[in-house]
Design a protein around this ligand. Structure first.
Ligand SMILES: [Zn+2]
Length: 215
């Protein structure tokens, strides 16, 4: 669990790639549908541009379908689910969960990170004015297209998402704290340090030298 900008997807990918886990990202599934102009994609675009989160039933359907594939031998890391108390109960009853990783990032830092994001209007490449700056301001390194902000990356829409997130997450953390191991990790640290902290907390093998080198 973690708000956007907390590095949730990056951390899940590092865990999954190195430990042979299946990474199930609700965001990636939705993005695929938006890019391929599916009916689901159009629905998601409409909701996001109003600054709100995709509704719980839609998320639940997508995740249930994905988990039903049963393609994980060593387990999975799910990111972006569950989103409400009912889904959390269903999830805990249906699967053997080892733990919940809660990436903590203060709201001011979320604002700073998210508002620094840019996207090439031509080729879709992602930039970040903090971590991944273009060589020339406002211009894509790859195709010279103009860099723009996503429609939903504005302070007003972000404030709505932050308050939605906190409102939804608080009861979930309480449920997980009663039943499962919740590890709250400081997500302001660099990516590799956050990854190491997660592994230490869950007693997972530490990153191999090769993996550490690419981080
Ligand atoms: Zn470009």
């Amino acid at each position: 669990m973690g708000i956007q900008g907390s590095g949730k997807g990056t951390q899940a990918t590092l865990l999954a790639d190195d430990l042979d886990l299946e990474h199930i990202s609700v965001g990636d599934i939705f993005r695929w549908n938006v890019q391929h102009h599916t009916k689901l994609g159009a629905q998601v675009t409409r909701i996001m541009s109003s600054g709100h989160l995709v509704d719980d039933d839609l998320v639940e359907t997508v995740v249930r379908d994905r988990l039903a594939a049963h393609d994980w031998n060593f387990g999975f890391v799910v990111d972006g689910f569950p989103r409400n108390a009912r889904q959390a109960e269903f999830f805990l009853e249906s699967y053997d969960i080892d733990g919940v990783i809660n990436l903590h990032l203060p709201d001011e830092e979320v604002m700073r990170r998210v508002l620094a994001r840019r996207l090439c209007s031509q080729c879709g490449l992602d930039y970040n004015l903090i971590a991944h700056r273009p060589q020339q301001e406002g211009v894509c390194d790859m195709c010279a297209g103009a860099l723009v902000m996503r429609a939903d990356d504005n302070p007003e829409a972000l404030a709505v998402r932050l308050s939605d997130y906190h409102e939804q997450t608080r009861p979930l953390i309480e449920i997980f704290q009663r039943k499962e191991y919740v590890a709250t990790i400081d997500a302001t640290e660099p990516v590799v340090e956050v990854q190491d902290a997660i592994r230490r907390r869950f007693g997972l093998p530490m990153r191999s030298v090769e993996a550490a080198g690419t981080g």
